[in-house]
Ligand binder design. Structure first.
Ligand SMILES: C[S@@+](CC[C@H](N)C(=O)[O-])C[C@H]1O[C@@H](n2cnc3c(N)ncnc32)[C@H](O)[C@@H]1O
Length: 224
């Protein structure tokens, strides 16, 4: 392992002021994004599951940058990240998004329709492990985004890597788990994430980097 202790620290403490400044660098929300954020906030505590706007913008940018046409998302919730991916893959692209429940589908579908991307989105309901297993067993996915139950991450990864095209991208959310994943004593979801991170690091089918965006986002490129 590289000794990183002697390297200068380059991280910025993300105070509320710094975060507000970062978000001020994004384009203003579209009406649809604002309405989707508001209707998700109205759900109460579960709203924290929605990716923050800077992460949504990053997903769109990455999808555009990689020229992705087919995206697979694990964890739809109210559809904010799906919307970001759909914008990224463009009108000729497609996002297959899955969630164990359709509880929030009405909110999601309304936003996608209003944004004009509904035809690009295919929603599948049920445990993601089953949904992914039923996908074509060949590399057809350009971009995958994992953002669901943490204990399922390694299984989702293993289902997705063979289905990702060479040079395709997997993004996995919450890889810091509020910082808890950094502890060797991590338990529960934080331990599951820690094990996932070790799994990714050991996987020589990909090259990966962990970003300190939001709750931590790992980006992994499938090698040719
Ligand atoms: C963090 S939220 C996703 C947030 C979404 N990406 C967004 O930005 O709005 C996690 C989602 O994973 C779903 N989920 C949990 N366990 C699942 C499973 N076994 N299979 C599929 N989805 C699951 C939850 O229902 C929840 O909607």
């Amino acid at each position: 392992m590289t000794n990183t202790e002697t390297l200068p620290e380059k991280a910025v403490l993300l105070t509320p002021e710094v975060l507000e400044y970062v978000r001020g660098q994004l384009p203003p929300f579209t009406d649809v994004q604002q309405e989707l954020i508001d209707s998700t906030l109205a759900l109460g505590g579960v709203a924290e599951m929605q990716v923050p706007p800077e992460q949504g913008a990053l997903l769109t940018l990455l999808a555009r940058l990689t020229g992705a046409r087919v995206a697979v998302e694990v964890g739809t919730f109210t559809g904010y990240s799906t919307l970001a991916l759909a914008e990224g893959v463009g009108p000729d692209g497609k996002v297959i998004t899955c969630d164990v429940t359709d509880r929030w589908q009405e909110i999601a579908a309304k936003a996608w329709t209003r944004a004009g991307v509904a035809d690009q989105v295919e929603s599948v309901f049920g445990p993601a492990a089953e949904t992914l297993r039923k996908l074509p067993d060949e590399p057809f996915v350009d971009f995958a985004f994992i953002d669901a139950d943490k204990v399922g991450y390694i299984g989702y990864w293993e289902a997705l890597v063979p289905r990702i095209k060479p040079n395709g991208l997997i993004a996995a959310d919450n890889v810091l788990y509020a910082g808890e994943a950094a502890s060797p004593h991590a338990e529960g979801n934080a331990r599951a994430i820690r094990e996932f991170n070790e799994h990714v690091l050991r996987d020589d089918r990909v090259e990966s980097v962990m970003l300190t965006v939001a709750d931590g986002l790992t980006l992994a490129r499938k090698k040719n």
